[in-house]
Each structure stands twice: as C-alpha cells, then as structure tokens.
Design a protein around this ligand. Structure first.
Ligand code: YH5
Length: 284
C-alpha cells in the first residue's frame, strides 16, 4: 500500500508515521494560543520534526465543540506564513488542517503536501476538485454534524459500520472527481460527533477500517473522551493517548496525529521492536 502526492510518498508496511500538531489559533484547547506568532509556530514545528515527526499538521481554525468559525482571510493570515516558513526550513511533508477549499489551495501553493479535511464527509464538500487539481495528499476524516453542533446529540445505529460506509462513499465521490485512491488516507474522526461509547467502539473495532485498503489516521491526542475516561484535565491525558496509539498500532494504523511527538515516537519504537521480534524465532 502506498500513500503519495506531488510532494511526498510513503510506502507501507513501514513504522507508524507520527504527525505532529502545530496549532496557530488563539483559542486552541491545548496550546492556549502560544503559537499565534508565526515565528513561534515555526520553531515549534521544527522542534517536533527534531523529535521525530514524519509530518507536521498546521491548523488555524479551532474545532473545539462550539468554537466560533474563523473567516477565510483570518485563517490564511494564520497558516500561510507558518507553512511557508516550515516548508523552507524543514524536510518533512506539511499538512494543512482546514475545511476550506480556498485555504487548502493556498496552503499547497505555499508548500503543503497534504490537505487534512475534518469536513470531508459533509454534504456538498468542494474539496475534491482541489485535491484532484493540486495532486496533494488528502486525509478524509469522518464527522457527524459540524464543530458547532457535533457533540449535542451524536447518534448512530452501528457506529463502526456507519463511519466506515461514510468513508467508503467519500472515496467513491473523490474517485469520480479525479482523485487517485493512492492520494487518500482515512480517519474515523475520534471525538467528532461521537459519545465516549462511540469513541470506544471505533477504537475497539479499529481493525474493521483496514478493509478499505487505505492508510488509517488516528487522532486522540489530549481529547475529551480521555478526560471522561480518566477524570483528568488536558495536561494529564498523555498516557491515555499512548494507550490508544499502542492499541491502534496492534490493530492496523498508519498515521498517528499528536501534540506529544517524543513520547509517541518512543512508544511506537518499542512496539516496532516487539513486533519485529515476535515475527522471528526465539533466541536460545
Ligand atoms: C483528528 O482526529 N482532530 S482538531 C479537543 C481536544 C484536544 C484536541 C479537548 N484535527 C483531528 O485535536 N484531523 C483535529 O481537547 C484532526 N484527525 C484529523 N485528521 C481537534 C483536536 C483536539 C480537540
């Protein structure tokens, strides 16, 4: 299996890729706006790459439940200088976390290799043609509702079957719009229009998503469901996130999106050593 675009190529099987989060928002849950200054965001991205990030995900719109939408002009003002700065200084592919086709197009012009779209399954998404025309990689994430409404009353019959079917329909639509399947990675969208039980079902049955034949992205870093499970604040969810990473790695995941690159890299290195060892005969 391969995931590639005009500026990048990853061939699987290979060790799980780590995508480091670079927030450029004043109201971000986790970083409290520390990186609104482009210079600080660029330094943070470079530090994550030095910790072993394989991709850097730059986002300028908070998607916390109920967060106010950001105008296209403001989102461009936040992310473009950071993408330009990182692309000039850093060899790892950059993704742009945006729902807006205009921001995605400008981000690719500024050097981004991947479009990370949390609104991929929204009715009337206009992102497909941008992915087709730019040749960028694409992460299609599932969300029920919109960030403004998604946590009010998430509802599914069979959450795993419905999320998988929704991602499958998105793959079909993208193909009709001229996107190569090899450009696309899929993300069940942990925390996006899901209750705690829905999130646990998606993780517990993660292996079912591997049947789509596309790389899978896991995003659990510091999320509320970990707080609900553990009774911990934002600053105390790392171990919970690493447990999810280890579980997903055992079930089949290709990309893990995280704020905490160094501990995630360490976790995955140990898992990889164990996986390689288990495939061999025992020493005597
Ligand atoms: C994702 O899962 N998530 S932004 C609330 C938090 C902490 C973190 C309550 N973009 C994903 O990270 N893109 C976001 O604490 C994403 N997959 C992909 N592909 C939300 C986020 C967060 C929200």
């Amino acid at each position: 299996m391969e995931w590639s675009g005009r500026r990048f190529r990853f061939t699987f099987p290979r060790p799980v890729l780590v995508m480091g989060i670079v927030n450029v928002t004043p109201d971000s849950f986790s970083d409290g706006g520390r990186f609104l200054d482009p210079g600080a965001a660029i330094r943070h991205g470079l530090a994550l790459a030095a910790e072993g990030a394989d991709l850097l995900d730059v986002g300028g719109e908070s998607t916390r439940p109920g967060a106010a939408p950001v105008s296209e002009t403001e989102e461009l003002r936040r992310v473009i200088p950071v993408i330009e700065g990182l692309a000039a200084r850093c060899p790892v592919p950059i993704s742009v976390d945006t729902q807006k086709p205009g921001v995605a197009r400008a981000a690719v012009s500024a050097g981004a290799a991947v479009i990370n779209d949390i609104a991929a399954v929204q009715e009337g998404s206009a992102m497909g043609p941008v992915v087709a025309e730019t040749g960028a990689g694409y992460i299609a994430m599932h969300m029920q509702g919109t960030p403004g409404t998604m946590q009010s009353a998430p509802h599914y019959g069979d959450v795993v079957a419905e999320v998988s079917a929704s991602l499958g329909r998105r793959l079909d639509t993208l193909a009709r719009e001229g996107v190569r399947p090899g450009q696309v990675a899929l993300d069940p969208g942990i925390g996006f229009g899901k209750t705690l039980e829905h999130n646990l079902d998606l993780l517990a049955h993660w292996a079912e998503f591997t049947t789509r034949g596309r790389p899978l992205v896991l995003g659990v870093s510091r999320k509320s469901f970990l707080g609900a499970l553990l009774g911990t604040d934002l600053g105390d969810r790392l171990a919970g996130g690493l447990a999810c990473t280890a579980w997903a790695a055992s079930q089949g995941v290709q990309i893990v999106r995280t704020h905490d690159v160094a501990p995630t890299v360490q976790t995955l290195r140990v898992l990889e050593a164990l996986r390689a060892r288990a495939a061999r005969s025992r020493s005597t």
